[in-house]
Write a protein that binds this ligand. Structure first.
Ligand SMILES: [Zn+2]
Length: 160
């Protein structure tokens, strides 16, 4: 068992945080944005970026080539649906996608919307970490939290 401190400060003891999240044992802040048979989408509200979505596999795997044919199809369809909702509902022009296989969690893809304020951190891959850190350390205001929560609700409604 691992002791994990959640973004809301609560501590839980679970075998695997991703299993606990994707099975519904732990409810992420803001709730489930979208769910398919094999994937689960939520936001990590510790990073207050409107429309940021994490798409995680329900199965306890880490690598792209571990996906079955059915899961792979489900993955690309879910990813596309979320991306389309980000564009149509939140007017997000560009998204940065990130995933790493040497994760302590499951196979999961971050969809990080690109906003104007992020330009000061450069472009492309080298800007992703500084952008996330800036969001977590300097943009965690009540106002931003509200915006993030409304974006989650809007995406949920658009993805029903
Ligand atoms: Zn797991």
């Amino acid at each position: 068992m691992r002791k994990i401190t959640l973004s809301n400060g609560k501590t839980v003891e679970v075998e695997c945080l991703s299993c606990a999240l994707t099975s519904g044992l732990i409810e992420p802040d803001g709730g489930v944005i979208f769910e398919t048979e094999h994937f689960h989408a939520h936001q990590d509200v510790a990073y207050p970026i409107e429309g940021l979505v994490i798409l995680a596999s329900k199965r306890h795997i880490k690598c792209l080539d571990e996906l079955t044919d059915e899961e792979r199809l489900d993955y690309i369809n879910a990813l596309t649906k979320i991306r389309k909702a980000q564009r149509e509902i939140l007017c997000i022009d560009y998204v940065y996608y990130f995933y790493n296989e040497d994760t302590t969690h499951h196979f999961h893809t971050w969809l990080v919307p690109r906003y104007q304020w992020m330009n000061e951190f450069g472009r492309s891959v080298e800007s992703v970490r500084p952008v996330l850190l800036n969001a977590r350390n300097h943009r965690n205001t009540n106002e931003n939290h509200q915006k993030v929560m409304s974006a989650i609700e809007a995406l949920k409604n658009g993805l029903i």
